[in-house]
Ligand binder design. Structure first.
Ligand SMILES: Nc1ncnc2c1ncn2[C@@H]1O[C@H](COP(=O)(O)OP(=O)(O)OP(=O)(O)O)[C@@H](O)[C@H]1O
Ligand SMILES: [Mg+2]
Length: 254
């Protein structure tokens, strides 16, 4: 089942200077999609369009079976239940003055979601592995990784079908990163993840499908393992070769 379908989408912050050209792809339920590409290639802009924060200048964007009309308040409310974002910076994405309980119950009422807001807040805290009494605390008393869990929890309040994550772990240290990736992996049993990352290892671990962007165009699309094994595009090859390699582990001598 297609959750998102983009057809020949062109978009520019300035209409005369498109930054995305002829973007076409489908997001299929249960098939996490990774998006790779160098800085400025248009990855975040693709997510902005998918969130309905901007509309294509040309082409079509269909979400959950109908065209996404960003001017319709009702349509956008439905859309926010359907697809939720997670951003890179867990510090910036939470209001420092707001206790976690409020940060979680607020979107629940704003989106007119069913069920009791406090019960739902407790549910998502447990889903992201934080204690229930976190609701009384403010963001500053949490670590970066915990804050990213809260931001993910806030996205989960809506029980979205799609999570659009823009470099969700790049601000975290290595061990915290691994735990948040594990969390995203667990969550993708119940939702479909679109993951923008510079880290090909993370994309390979979480996403069976891959898009590679260069200068606002798709230069490679398909199964991640096939693209990594045998990239068809020169640019993808360069990208794969330019990734930092960890030193090969030495044989343990006993
Ligand atoms: N708010 C904006 N106003 C004008 N131009 C923008 C804006 N945001 C991005 N751009 C331009 O659009 C193009 C794509 O940017 P985008 O942020 O989507 O790239 P990206 O692949 O996410 O890069 P990065 O890896 O650095 O996050 C770039 O040329 C960028 O300069
Ligand atoms: Mg970006």
């Amino acid at each position: 089942m297609s959750l998102f379908s983009l057809r020949d989408v062109t978009y520019g912050y300035d209409r005369r200077k498109p930054v995305l050209h002829d973007i076409s792809f489908d997001l299929t339920a249960g098939q996490n999609l990774g998006i790779l590409g160098e800085s400025g290639s248009g990855k975040s802009t693709v997510l902005r369009l998918m969130l309905g924060l901007a509309e294509p200048d040309e082409g079509q964007l269909v979400a959950d079976g109908t065209r996404l009309d960003t001017r319709s308040a009702a349509r956008m409310r439905d859309h926010r239940r359907f697809a939720q974002p997670v951003f890179q910076d867990p510090y910036g994405s939470l209001d420092p003055r707001m206790r976690i309980g409020k940060a979680l119950t607020e979107p629940h009422s704003a989106l007119g979601l069913p069920g009791d807001a406090r019960t739902e807040a407790a549910r998502v805290l447990s889903e992201v592995g934080l204690p229930e009494d976190s609701i009384h605390r403010r963001p500053r008393s949490f670590s970066g990784g915990q804050r990213q869990r809260i931001a993910i929890g806030r996205a989960l309040i809506a029980r979205p079908r799609v999570l659009l994550a823009d470099e969700p772990v790049s601000a975290l240290d290595l061990s915290t990163r691994v735990r948040v990736i594990d969390l995203l992996d667990t969550l993708s049993r119940d939702l479909t993840l679109v993951l923008v990352s510079h880290d090909i290892a993370i994309v390979a671990a979480l996403c069976p499908q891959l898009l590679v962007l260069q200068h606002g165009r798709i230069v490679e699309a398909g199964l991640t393992r096939e693209i990594l094994r045998d990239p068809q595009d020169d640019y993808t090859r360069t990208l794969l070769n330019s990734l930092p390699r960890l030193p090969e582990p030495k044989e343990q001598s006993r």
